[in-house]
Design a protein around this ligand. Structure first.
Ligand code: ADP
Ligand code: ASP
Ligand code: MG
Length: 422
């Protein structure tokens, strides 16, 4: 007998019928002889609606209250799902994150799971029941508060439960048939990937492929938990995210896929003195505001002026914090002007095979040139190239690069079963 952890995303439990459909799939898995632990997201767009509701009540930030508010979404779906499973004659018990022994640390709104003590889940399994856990939440023992894990955090709950319970597999059920070579909403000819390594999946996720949350992939890699990403609508075999050691059956493609990200903005600090220490002073200010930055570009300074411009990208949600912090240090840094721009997009090409393939960058840039996409910033790693473009050119860029690397499928278009994908 094996233990399966299943995670159902918001679009898979969007309404009563969807919850009943998911309940049937859970019971089928149990009847096939497996123990099943389930984690669920909030129904449909509940989390976004709760965020909008809070914004309509107060313009201030209330991190602690926001976390309590948002965890309610997952509690609604966990209890309804338990009722639906019980209606099918199968025992089930739902648990909040704290009840399930999920312990967190760090800031409200983006806490990390530091430990899982799954005693109550084990008891439920031993009693023959399905344990259903609210995703996206845990208990901070220091503050004695409930915390959320950041958007998309139920993916991480699933992997953390799978690791703690030593599950055979962690199945992530979503609204597409697996991980594709690009977001099927942007590239309908994207191909489903059968197997991908943790390493490549981590770069895809960190570059904006939101089908899995980056932290969930990190967690899976650390504890070597195989993830099976698949659709709760079709039941087709999906994508296996696995460790390098199983590479003998891995597709040996140079490129795994193309990811895009619309969630970042760009800050340009103009007229920074080109002397040692300028960048340090600028980024110390940004770090004080606890803002994570992504790409950085410093222009070559003109000899006559002795000043330069520094641009960097960061999450759009962090722009006002970063701006305030830099402006507070204006005299210290000595810059002339600060300009923000949130109409940017980022496209990334990911593949372990590019390490040993020298023509990849040339082909990538040629594809963007042929599609008349202007490049504003570039960054590379061993297995990734990313560039910043205008936001309105991003879809064109993604399709052009996808085609240039021969990733288009010759079969039917990729199906997106779920909602708006916001
Ligand atoms: P869930 O609610 O199940 O967590 P998400 O909306 O978080 O679902 O993630 C699924 C979505 O991820 C898909 O609908 C798709 O639009 C998007 N996506 C982005 N990049 C990819 C990719 N490379 N492969 C598959 N889906 C992707
Ligand atoms: N409900 C949360 C969100 O919308 C967590 C999740 O779905 O994984 O981000
Ligand atoms: Mg998700």
């Amino acid at each position: 007998m094996s233990l399966v952890v299943q995670k159902y995303g918001g679009s898979s439990v969007a309404d009563a019928d969807a919850i009943k459909r998911v309940a049937r799939r859970i019971v089928e898995t149990k009847q096939a002889g497996h123990d099943v632990v389930v984690t669920v997201s909030a129904m449909g767009d509940t989390t976004d609606e709760l965020i909008a509701l809070a914004a309509a009540i107060s313009a201030d930030e209330h991190p602690r209250e926001m976390d309590i508010l948002l965890t309610a979404g997952e509690r609604i779906s966990m209890s309804l799902l338990a009722m639906a499973v019980r209606d099918l004659g199968q025992g089930a018990q739902s648990f909040t994150g704290p009840q399930a022994g999920v312990i967190t640390a760090g800031a409200y709104g983006r806490a990390r799971i530091i430990e899982v003590s799954p005693g109550r889940l084990r008891d439920a399994i031993d009693a023959g029941d399905i344990a259903i856990v609210a995703g996206f939440q845990g208990y901070n023992q220091e503050s004695q508060d409930i915390q959320t894990l950041g958007r998309g955090g139920s993916d991480t709950t699933a992997v953390a439960l799978a690791a703690a319970l030593n599950a055979d597999v962690c199945e992530i059920y979503t609204d597409v048939d697996g991980v594709f070579t690009a977001d099927p909403r942007v590239v309908p000819s994207a191909r489903k990937i059968d197997r991908i390594t943790f390493e490549e999946m981590l770069d895809m996720a960190a570059s904006g492929a939101k089908v899995l949350m980056p932290r969930c992939v990190e967690y899976a890699r650390r504890f070597n938990v195989p993830i099976h990403v698949r659709s709760s609508f079709s039941g087709l075999e999906g994508t296996w995210v696995v460790g390098e050691t199983e590479g003998d059956t891995m597709e040996n493609a140079i490129i795994a896929g193309v990811a895009h990200d619309r969630s970042e903005a760009k800050i340009t600090v103009i007229g920074v003195p080109d002397v040692p220490g300028s960048a340090a002073r600028l980024f110390e200010a940004v770090a004080r505001a606890e803002v994570n930055i992504d790409m950085i570009v410093q222009n070559v300074s003109a000899v006559v002026t002795g000043v330069t411009d520094i641009s960097f990208t960061l999450p759009t949600a962090s722009v006002s914090d970063a701006k305030k912090a830099i402006e507070a240090d204006k005299a210290l840094i000595g810059y002339a002007e600060l300009v923000t721009d949130d109409a940017i997009g980022k496209i990334s090409l990911i593949g372990a095979g590019m390490r040993s393939n020298s023509g990849v960058s040339a082909r990538f840039f040629a594809a963007l040139r042929d599609a008349s996409v202007n490049i504003e910033m570039i960054s590379t790693s061993e297995i990734r190239i990313s560039v910043v473009t205008r936001a309105d050119m991003l879809d064109t860029a993604v399709r052009a690069v996808h085609t240039a690397f021969g990733l288009d499928s010759t079969q039917a278009e990729a199906v997106v079963y779920g909602g708006a994908g916001l």
